[in-house]
Structures are given as structure tokens and as C-alpha cells.
Design a protein around this ligand. Sequence first.
Ligand code: ADP
Ligand code: ADP
Ligand code: MG
Length: 673
Amino acid sequence: MFKKILIANRGEIACRVIKTCKQMGIATVAVYSDADRNALHVEMADEAVHIGESPAAKSYLLIDRIVKACKQTKAEAVHPGYGFLSENKEFQKALAKEKVVFIGPDAHAIEAMGDKIASKKLADKAGVSTVPGYMGIVKDVAEAKKIAKQVGYPVMLKASAGGGGKGMRIARNESEVQEGFERSQSEAKSSFGDDRMFIEKYIEQPRHIEIQVIADRHGNTLYLNERECSIQRRHQKVIEEAPSPFLDAKTRKAMGEQAAQLAKAVQYVSAGTVEFIVDTKRNFYFLEMNTRLQVEHPVTELVTGLDLVELMIRIAAGEKLPLKQKDVKINGWAIESRVYAEDPYRNFLPSIGRLVRYLPPAENKNVRVDTGVQEGGEISVFYDPMIAKLCTWGKDRKEATAHMRAALDAYYIRGVLHNIPFLASVLGKKKFEDGKLSTNFIAEEYPDGFSDKDLPAKDPTTLVAVAAIVHDAYVRRAAGISGQIPGHGRNVPENWVVASYGANGRENEYPVCVSPHKTMLGGGIVGSTVNVGKKTVHVKSAWIFGAPLFVADVNGKSVTIQIDNRVVGYRLFHAGSQMDVGVYTVRAAELARLMPHKEPPDLSKYLLSPMPGLLVSLAVTEGQEVKAGETLAVVEAMKMENILKAERDGTVKKIYEQSGASLAVDQMILEFR
Ligand code: ADP
Ligand code: ADP
Ligand code: MG
């Protein structure tokens, strides 16, 4: 077995690999860029080597530097994680030259599968069912239109070198080919330095179901069954699960066998994933093979009980797989939610910044958190804004979902915006509950983007009661302070008024009566009975002053509510919703009612940059008339080109920024008359 492994990656996956190495008694070497100087993976590893500047192209993608770091630290093997150099055959070859073992497949397999056109041809030859379409290179828009017609609309325009959902567009007619082809091609060029495009049939209402395979150097190739990854946004996975609620035993076996067949055809070694698209009739078609550890591998680990990283390391060291196909079992159900630093309310724009507070839920047999950050750490512009992968396990899908909801409630992140409200909303949708998934799920369930109305309408009683209890406890404590001037001490009233606030100021008022409760020193509410209007709520909790989580038994149900103190009042979070409240005495509530509400300024006349990014092009000039739906500008952020369109008819009055400008979020690009 290896004595020392270098991890050529960062973030959660570097940390995850280090964990397994530690369990196996293998020393670890981290590599890091300027931005990651204080990152968690650097702290966790036994040694760390600085390999360059913050942009990945100047550090994590530099083959020479990483090979040098291996020699310098005498690492015998390299785990590449996913992304970066994990599917780079040159990296594989450079390591081989220095006799450093690459923990992954051989260069020939990476090469064969690295190209979508070539791999599709190969799969076809190996007897794997592929998506109908045109397997050649499509040169330009004119040719694309011709071929799209032959294939039959709708079609998928795809970059052969694509990955991570980039360089891909659906086209339902000729004009969508016109727009989508060039965008995808230029995206592919800037992301992969390769703009070869091909076209295939777009499968309607598809599910994305993939098969995990693993193979050793002794001729054993196994399939570890499927993961369903249909909950996607812009072709990028958001929530994954294993097993799939859609597959029957027969389809599972057929897909597994075809995946293993393909792996054998390329003499595949190590862990890999064969992705399929499955139509409503359970016909399945090969999409691509990812020759690496997949982001969502934990769900497979949770239901098979295997450690895929350990198996990869053992295989790389020449060991035999310790199990046979018949030993592969599916135990219970696992779900993964990708927690991102992004603003779900604003089209999921990356939210950069420092994690001022960071408290992931506690891990146990039902909850697993793969995280690469810690409190005080930073989510930077340089890398993927993923904070963590939150996985839950249960004996069935219902139980796994319930654990996920509870874990999301307890996930406390401040300093950057995050997608937990969105994840909670998805988990709460009826279609998700019923397992009626498709890759259109998000587009169909959130046609106008995500907003508060996508959160299940909740009875505010519990939140109101908790706000009142917390406030009552604060005031009770203040009243107990000794030495208060006679006649000026704090009184604790029995009746409170909890007022909730929204964008337009005060929304609702709830008369609340908190029964006297015992609080222990420093908090520790034992139990209280609260009347909210005509409803009665019994709350038991060990909450202490200042704690961000109010974990309680409310009328016999276990509930976790996040609670932040504000200048006046509290902000509570639960099940993806947020509620701002003030807690007043009856008299103060009367006076608060008289406070004027300040209207926010009207910005509808301006085109604001929805994200920090680069203004790639401006499609309009001053004085130009535009119609609703016309393109105004293209902004690139995180290597994705975003088209900003006119929301209604108008005339451009003034242009503030020219193409090439760096834009901050909310920066004015132009103004309408
Ligand atoms: P990437 O390399 O970016 O992962 P994939 O080929 O795996 O590219 O496709 C990503 C996603 O795009 C799939 O999970 C699926 O949702 C969607 N997709 C790709 N091809 C098709 C198709 N022909 N029909 C329908 N959806 C597709
Ligand atoms: P005091 O002035 O008596 O010291 P503070 O202003 O420090 O009280 O308030 C104690 C806590 O109560 C703080 O967390 C504060 O945010 C909160 N608080 C104060 N006034 C209100 C209010 N009207 N409604 C809700 N919370 C309040
Ligand atoms: Mg894919």
C-alpha cells in the first residue's frame, strides 16, 4: 500500500479523500493556491505545497507544478478528485513518466471517453444504447440547421468537449438553433478551448440516471447500481439520490450490464460513471462516461456501504476488488443536496464572501456532510461556489427526505447567501415527494424563478411562539439584573404583540401570551405554554441565550428554527422560509403602528447587472428602441454567458458601461427613457 498520497484538488473533495487516507493510515499532501492558503484541505493534510496563484489556470491546472510537488514530497500516488486535472490524459502521462501512480483510469480510457462524439461511437460499437442523432462534427449554424431538421426537433446542440452542463443548448426550432449554436460554441471555446459541436435528439421529459462502475486490474468489473440526478438546473445536478424511484429491477440490471460492458470495452480501471438519459417508457440511452470519482458518489456509498475512495486507492495499488457482483446490495435510501453559495432569489447568482458563521448539522448515521470550508473561510470568485454536499440516509425514501428537511433546517450559514431555501422548497414539492422527477423539474416547478411563493405556506404560529419565548426570556433576564433604580426596573408583561414584517412593512400582528416559564442560568428554557391568538403551543427546549438554533419539541414534534437577533426584533428561518418579527408590549405595538414605511427606490428604469461579471457585449445603442424579449447585453460570469433581455418595450436613454467592463452586482449598465 502507498505510504503517501498527494491530492491534486481543493475544497470538499480534497477533504473527503484525505479522510479516507487517514483511515487507511496513509500520509497526505495537499496542494494549494494563494486564495486557499488557509483552506480546510490544507489544514487537514499532513503536508501542503503551494503551487501558484489563485486562478485555477495558474495553480490547480498546472501539471508541472503538481508533478514537482509529488517529487518534492515523495508522494507515491495522486488522487485527482473531480474537475481540474481529473480527466486530463496529459496529467496521467506526466505522472507515469515520473513513476507516480495516478489513482484513476489509464490514459487510453480517459482519452476514449473524454470526447463526447468519440465515446458515443465507442458505446454504440460496444452494444450500448445511445441517443439518436448525428455523430459527426457540425461546422456552422447553416449546417446545424440542416442536421437539426434531419434529426427532428427538438434537438440538443452539444459541445464534444463539454462538461458541467456548459456548451449545451436545447433547440426546438430553427431560430433557437441560430441563437443556441453560436452561444454554445463560444462557451465551449472559452471553457474547453475546443469548439467542436454535434447534435442529437432531445429526449422529452427525461430522467438522468447514471451507473457507478468500478473495475480492478484483475479483470473484475462491477456495477454499483444507479443514482438518479434528474433535479438539475441548467443541466447541472442539484439533488441526487440512490436508488432511483423510477427503475425496476429489470431496467436496473440492463443498465448496469451495459455500463459494465462499456467499461470492459475500454479496459476501464478504477471508479467511473456511465450516464444515461431515460425516457418516460424506461428506454435508456448512453450520454457520456465520466472517468473519475463523481461529485454525487456519497449517495452510492451510503446505500452500498462501500468507500469508493478506498476502493480506488486499493485498485491503484494493484489490489483485487473485495466483492463480486452478487455482493452489491442496495440498503435503504440516500439523498444528496448540493449546498451552494448563491442567491436563489436572484437567479442563483454566485454569492462571494466570508463565512462569518458556519455551523453544519451534526453528522450521524442519518446525516453526512462533505464540506470543504470552515467558519471564517472564504467563498472566492476563483472556484466553484459549492459550500458542501449534504447527504442523508433513511430506510426508505420518505425517511431519507425527512432527515434531509431536518438537516437543512439546522444548517446555519451566514456571511454569504446560499441555496438552502431553494433546496427546502424542492424537497417540499409534491412531485418530488411522489418521485415524479425529470430534468425539467426545476424549469416546470419554478417557471419564473424561485421566490417565496414556492415555499410551502406555513402556519406562522410556531415561529411567532418561538419569537415570543426568546424575547420574553431576554426581557426576563434583563428584569433580574440587580441594582436597578426603583421604579425604573424592567417589567415582564404577560401579553406581547408579535408583528411580522415583509417588503412592504408591517404585515400581520399576533397577540401572544407567554406563560411564566423557568429559565436556567444562561438560558436553558425548560418549557413554556404560549397562546398565539386562540391557539396554544407547548414548547420544550434547551435553548440558551445567543444560540443560533432553537431546537425544540413543539406540541410533540421536533423542530429546529434558526434565530438571529436584529437591531430591533428577530429573523427566524424554518423550512426554507424566513420571517422578520418585532416583539412589542401592547403599548409599544400601538405606537409602532404609527411608524411610517419607507418605500424602496424605483429601479425599473435601469438595466442592472444581475451578477458580478464581464460585460461581453452590448446589443443596443443610445436612442435605440427595443421590444420586450430583445437581447440587451451579454454578461459572462463563472464561464457562463448570460443573456440580459428587455422585460418590456422601451427606448434606451443612456449607456453607462461598454463591452469589456467588469461589472459588480447591481451595477447600472444602461437606462431607459
Ligand atoms: P455534461 O458533460 O455537461 O455533464 P451531459 O451530456 O452529461 O453533459 O449532459 C448533461 C445533462 O444535460 C444531462 O444530465 C441531461 O439532463 C441533459 N441532456 C444531455 N443530453 C440530452 C438529450 N439528448 N436529451 C435530453 N437531455 C439531455
Ligand atoms: P435593553 O435595551 O433592555 O438592554 P436590548 O435592546 O438589548 O434591550 O434588547 C435585547 C434583545 O431583544 C436584543 O436581541 C434585541 O435585538 C431584542 N429586541 C429589542 N427590542 C425588541 C423588539 N421590540 N422586538 C423584538 N426584539 C427586540
Ligand atoms: Mg454529464
